[in-house]
Design a protein around this ligand. Structure first.
Ligand SMILES: Cc1cc2nc3c(=O)[nH]c(=O)nc-3n(C[C@H](O)[C@H](O)[C@H](O)COP(=O)(O)OP(=O)(O)OC[C@H]3O[C@@H](n4cnc5c(N)ncnc54)[C@H](O)[C@@H]3O)c2cc1C
Length: 472
C-alpha cells in the first residue's frame, strides 16, 4: 500500500506546538561555543568546518602526529550543519548502498565494502575508547517493503548480498509485525552488522571534546571569507582574524563552497525531519520496536525512521527539495508543506499513535552529487584537499572521507588513494535553468515507480544509463 498524499486535519493538529529547531541540538549537553578568532595564528593544518568531516580530520591528524598544530575554523557552532540535524543512521556503506556502489565500481566493490565495514568498526571503537555517550547502537537498518514489487526488490538484493558474503536477515510479514507493528510494512531486509543509530550531535560534541583535549584549537562563529595562496602557505581570512597554514582541509559539505568550481559538483538538497514527544508506555507497547532498529522504506522516495534514547520517534525524508540556483540558508530549513506531508505519512504508518504530538521539526541541506557518494580533490598546488558529496549517507562515510583527506595532504599512496572511487569525480550538474529542470524532473520521476509497481519512466532509465542521478 503506497502512502496517500491527502493530508488530514489530525496530522496538522499534531504539528501545532512544534519547535522549528533540530531536536539533537536542543540538548542541555550542547557545549558553549569556543571564542571566535580575533587574532592572527599559524598552524600546520587548518580545517574549515566542524561537522563530522572536519572533526574526524582533526582527531585522526592529531592521533597520527600529536606534535603537529591543528586549527579548526567553524562558521557557526560545531554540528550546526548537517552533522547535528540528520537522522543519525551510521551506515557501513561508503558508496550510498550496495546497488550504487556495484553499478559504479564493480571491479573494486569488494574492497569498498570491506573498507566501509572497517570504517564503521573504527567509529564504534573510537566511541568506546573515548567514552563518548551518544546512544550508539549497532542494531542494523531494515529496508521495509510496503508493496509486493518492493518485496521482489528486497529478494533481488539478498542475491547480491549473498554474492558478497554480507550477513542479512529477511523478515516476512509476521516477523516484521513482531519487530514493529505497522499496517504498511509487509516484509523487511536487515544488514544487522552494517548499520547503527547514534545521537549525531552528541557524537560530534564528543569528537570536539576529544580534539580540544588533544590540543586542537577550535574557533567557532568564525566563517572563512577568503582562502588565499601565498607562496608555500595558505591564508584563511575571517571577519576578525586570519590563519596561516601549511595545509588546509575543506570540510564545508553543502555550504556555499570557498572553491567556486565545487558548486558544479554538489547541489544542496533540503531534507525535512519530525520528532515526536516521548511515547507513553501504552503507546510504545502498541508499536513494539524494542530492538530500536533503524528503518527506511524500500521505495524510491523513502522515509527513514528510528527511536531515540528517551523514547521518541524520528520520522524524516520523502520530500527532497532543491531550490533554484543552489539556494541555501536558514530560511529554507522550515517547509510547512513537507512537515504536513511527513506528519500525515507518519500516522499512515503508525495509526495506533494518532494523538501523539511532534515537538520538533527542522530541515537541513544534503550535499548531493550525481554519483551519490563522496569525492575528493585538491587545490592550491596540493596544499588544500576536500571531501564532499556524501548525499545523505555521510554520518559514517565522513570518517572515511577524513582518512582520505589526510592521505592526500600527506602525499601518501595508500590503498584508499589508489581506489578508482577516490581518483575520479562525479559528472558535474549543468548550469541553471537546466539544473533546476533536470533535478525537478528527476524528483518527480522518482515518485512514479512507487505509483506504478516499480516501473521507472523513460527519464529515470536514461539517467541510469548515463550514470547520472539525483538522490537524497
Ligand atoms: C536532514 C538530514 C538527514 C540526514 N540523515 C542522515 C543519516 O541518517 N545518515 C547519514 O549517514 N547521513 C545523513 N545525512 C547526511 C549527513 O548528515 C552528512 O553527510 C554529514 O553530516 C556531513 O558532515 P560534514 O562534516 O561533511 O558536513 P556538515 O556537518 O554540514 O559540516 C560543515 C560545516 O562547515 C561549516 N562551514 C561552511 N562554510 C564555512 C566557512 N566558509 N568557514 C567556516 N566554516 C564553514 C558549517 O558551518 C558546518 O558546520 C543527513 C543530512 C540531512 C541534512
Amino acid at each position: 500500500m503506497a502512502y496517500s498524499n491527502n493530508i488530514r486535519k489530525e496530522a496538522l493538529k499534531s504539528l501545532k506546538h512544534t519547535k522549528h529547531f533540530p531536536f539533537w541540538l536542543d540538548d542541555p549537553a550542547r557545549p558553549t561555543p569556543e571564542p571566535a578568532l580575533t587574532k592572527h595564528v599559524s598552524t600546520d593544518l587548518l580545517i574549515i568546518g566542524a561537522g563530522f568531516t572536519g572533526l574526524w580530520t582533526a582527531l585522526l591528524a592529531k592521533e597520527q602526529d600529536p606534535s603537529q598544530a591543528v586549527v579548526i575554523l567553524e562558521a557557526g557552532e560545531t554540528a550546526g550543519g548537517a552533522s547535528g540535524r540528520n537522522g543519525g543512521f551510521v551506515d557501513a556503506s561508503i558508496t550510498h548502498g550496495l546497488h550504487n556502489g556495484l553499478a559504479r565500481w564493480p571491479s573494486e566493490f569488494s574492497r569498498l565494502l570491506a573498507l566501509g565495514l572497517a570504517n564503521l568498526d573504527q567509529i564504534e571503537a573510537t566511541i568506546k575508547r573515548l567514552d563518548i555517550e551518544c546512544d550508539f547502537l549497532r542494531a542494523g537498518d531494515i529496508g521495509m517493503a510496503s508493496e509486493p514489487y518492493q518485496v521482489e526488490g528486497l529478494k533481488a538484493e539478498i542475491e547480491l548480498a549473498a554474492h558478497f558474503n554480507i550477513k542479512f536477515e529477511f523478515y516476512d510479514r509476521d516477523r516484521v509485525q513482531e519487530i514493529v507493528k505497522s499496517p504498511l510494512f509487509i516484509a523487511g531486509l536487515n544488514y544487522p552488522n552494517h548499520a547503527a543509530i547514534v545521537n549525531p550531535a552528541q557524537l560530534a560534541w564528543g569528537l570536539r571534546k576529544a580534539c580540544l583535549d588533544m590540543g586542537v584549537q577550535i574557533y567557532e562563529n568564525s566563517a572563512v571569507t577568503k582562502l588565499i595562496e601565498e607562496k608555500q602557505y595558505l591564508i584563511a581570512h575571517t571577519d576578525h582574524g586570519s590563519v596561516r597554514a601549511a595545509r588546509v582541509a575543506l570540510a564545508t559539505n553543502a555550504f556555499p563552497p570557498l572553491l567556486k568550481r565545487l558548486s558544479y559538483y554538489v547541489v544542496p538538497v533540503y531534507d525535512y525531519v519530525l520528532i515526536t514527544e516521548p511515547l507513553t508506555t501504552a503507546q510504545r507497547e502498541s508499536i513494539g520496536w524494542l530492538g530500536r532498529e533503524g528503518i527506511s522504506d524500500a521505495s524510491r522516495q523513502f522515509h527513514y525512521t528510528r527511536t531515540t534514547a528517551d523514547g521518541r520517534i524520528l520520522w524524516g525524508g520523502y520530500d527532497a527539495v532543491y531550490y533554484w540556483n543552489n539556494g541555501f540558508g536558514p530560511h529554507l530549513e522550515k517547509h510547512s508543506a513537507s512537515f504536513a506531508r511527513l506528519a500525515d505519512h507518519f500516522f499512515q504508518a503508525f495509526p495506533q499513535l494518532e494523538g501523539v504530538n511532534f515537538t520538533h521539526a527542522w530541515g537541513g541541506a544534503i550535499d548531493t552529487c550525481s554519483r551519490f557518494s563522496p569525492f575528493w580533490g585538491t587545490a592550491h598546488h596540493g596544499k588544500t584537499a576536500y571531501a564532499l558529496g556524501y548525499t545523505g549517507l555521510g554520518v559514517g562515510a565522513s570518517r572515511f572521507g577524513a582518512c582520505v583527506i589526510l592521505d592526500i595532504l600527506d602525499g601518501w599512496k595508500t590503498e584508499r588513494t589508489e581506489l578508482e572511487m577516490v581518483r575520479t569525480k562525479p559528472l558535474p550538474f549543468p548550469p541553471e535553468p537546466f539544473r533546476s529542470i533536470g533535478i525537478n524532473l528527476s524528483r518527480w520521476s522518482m515518485g512514479q515507480p512507487d505509483q506504478n509497481q516499480g516501473r521507472e519512466n523513460l527519464w529515470l532509465r536514461a539517467m541510469n544509463w548515463l550514470g547520472l542521478g539525483f538522490d537524497s
